[in-house]
Design a protein around this ligand. Structure first.
Ligand code: BGP
Length: 474
């Protein structure tokens, strides 16, 4: 019977823009998430380099309403408490605190909303785990500055982070700077708020924007240590092993290279405090020249993170010559793995991959790991008696938690596990409500109907028992 220690942080994860709603309440400014349409337009726009960052009448915008956590947070936190959560991962909407992003003074009403949420969590004995920036930034910064291509965002982000650390010292111990910072390598627009014009070099802008974020993350880490040295700052990456499609050495090399670019490029800067050696060749071969200030490399070196957090949904398989089925729906691209089943959205399900990547990350970095996202997006059916039997979700989570338990036995230090979308919310990649991850069902549908009523799914009771038994019930 495998069990985790009593300090293990069990919980669930969310992001402000995907659940809060209240997009114009409390003095909030518009964010880039507020101009991401719902349904089939979302994916297209995420990959559209010429996106105009405007609202259009013909689209729907599900992030505007989210699941109304803005008004229902107490009821939701009570349900998290009932499940036994030790921690709750939430993010703060930058545009609630600095509506345009470049102001000198924060919006007090925005801070007061998070005072209420954080105080409620603390009162319920749930440790807040706060992401400072989760796929949203004030729209003004994207439109007027061209997003993270502009160096001035480093200063604005540092100012914003300082406001949060000062306000929440003593209440929030665990912080993550940028959600899935390496997501910029796959979706520069969503991650960096950069619209790239045709004549521009996408890779140059992406890696310049990423450099700015990495410096901003290091400066935020420095600020946290000055304000409250007991704070623990983590980086956050989409992590996955990349398998070669065959034993052909060309495939093996291709997969190896893709794996290190994806997991270790940002990871090395955050944890080792420097760009990896392989970055030099990548920059040269792609005509990338990073503009840096004199102190940048020192800032990165001196302000490394305390822990490494990751999202894990699927592994990735690569082939040097791509002439066959691409793995559809997978934002990381790749080819289909013949050994794996996929979700309804084409995300390949691979619990062993979690064990593999946890081992790889720990062997390289030897800092505590925190799984802050994992889960299955699925269609749920409400039975006539109101129950929801999501056994497919239970199977997915059980198998992945077993993979995590195996990694712990392998010697990997894992601080905690927060399942993604512990309450149903708006999907980041598709803008759908119907792609559900929660233990808690929310009555809200893609056509904007629904009462927003919350219901416990079968997985709610299952996860409650996993937490109660510290994983022994798996
Ligand atoms: C991660 C994001 C989350 C989340 C999750 C599931 O990449 O950090 O914001 O939404 O993926 O993705 P989706 O909502 O597209 O199914």
């Amino acid at each position: 019977m495998k069990q985790v220690s009593s300090e293990f942080l069990w919980g669930g994860a969310t992001a402000a823009n995907q659940l809060e709603g209240g997009y114009q309440e409390g003095g909030k400014g518009l964010s880039i998430a507020d101009v991401m349409p719902g349904g089939k337009h979302r994916m297209k726009i995420i990959h559209d380099p010429t996106f105009d960052f405007e609202l259009h009448d013909e689209y729907s915008y599900p992030n505007h309403e989210g699941i109304d956590f803005y008004h229902r947070y107490k009821e939701d936190i009570a349900l998290f408490k009932e499940m036994g959560f030790k921690t709750f991962r939430m993010s703060i909407a930058w545009s609630r605190i600095f509506p345009k992003g470049d102001e000198m003074e924060p919006n007090e009403e925005g801070l007061q909303f998070y005072d209420r949420v954080i105080d409620e969590l603390v009162a319920q004995g749930i440790e807040p785990l706060v992401t400072i920036s989760h796929y949203e930034m004030p729209l003004h910064l994207a439109k007027q500055y061209g997003g993270w291509r502009d160096r001035r965002l480093v200063t604005y982000f540092e100012r914003y982070s300082r406001v949060l650390f000062e306000r929440y010292q003593g209440k929030v111990k665990y912080w993550l700077t940028f959600n899935e910072i390496n997501g910029a390598q796959f979706m520069p627009m969503l991650s960096l708020g950069i619209a790239i014009r045709e004549e521009e070099n996408t890779l140059q802008l992406t890696y310049q924007g990423l450099h700015h974020q990495l410096v901003a993350s290091a400066l935020a880490t420095k600020a946290a240590r000055e304000i409250d040295p007991s704070m623990q700052i983590g980086c956050m990456l989409i992590a996955a092993p990349v398998y070669p499609y065959s034993s052909n050495p060309d495939d093996v090399w291709y997969a190896h290279d893709a794996e290190r670019m994806m997991n270790f490029f940002c990871g090395d800067v955050h944890v080792r405090g420097k760009y990896p050696n392989f970055a030099k060749r990548f920059f040269q071969e792609n005509g990338i020249e990073l503009e840096m200030e004199d102190s940048d490399l020192e800032i990165l070196k001196e302000n490394t993170v305390d822990f490494f957090s990751l999202s894990y949904y699927m592994s990735r398989t690569e082939k040097a010559e791509k002439n066959q089925d691409e793995s559809e729906g997978n934002i990381m691209s790749g080819v289909k793995n013949p050994y794996l089943q996929a979700s309804d959205w084409g995300w390949e399900i691979d619990p062993t991959g979690l064990r593999v990547i946890l081992n790889k990350l720990y062997e390289r970095y030897e800092v505590p790991l925190f799984i802050v996202e994992n889960g299955l997006g699925a269609y749920d059916k409400v039975e006539s008696d109101g129950t929801i039997h999501d056994h497919y979700r239970i199977d997915y989570l059980r198998d992945h938690l077993k993979g995590m338990m195996d990694a712990i036995e392998d010697g990997v230090e894992v601080m905690g596990y927060t399942s993604w979308g512990c309450i149903d919310l708006v999907s980041a990649s598709t803008g759908e409500y119907s792609k559900r991850y929660g233990f808690i069902y929310v009555d809200r549908h893609d056509d904007s109907t629904g009462t927003l009523e919350r219901k416990r799914k079968e997985s709610f009771f299952w996860y409650q028992e996993v937490i109660r038994s510290q994983g022994a019930s798996l």
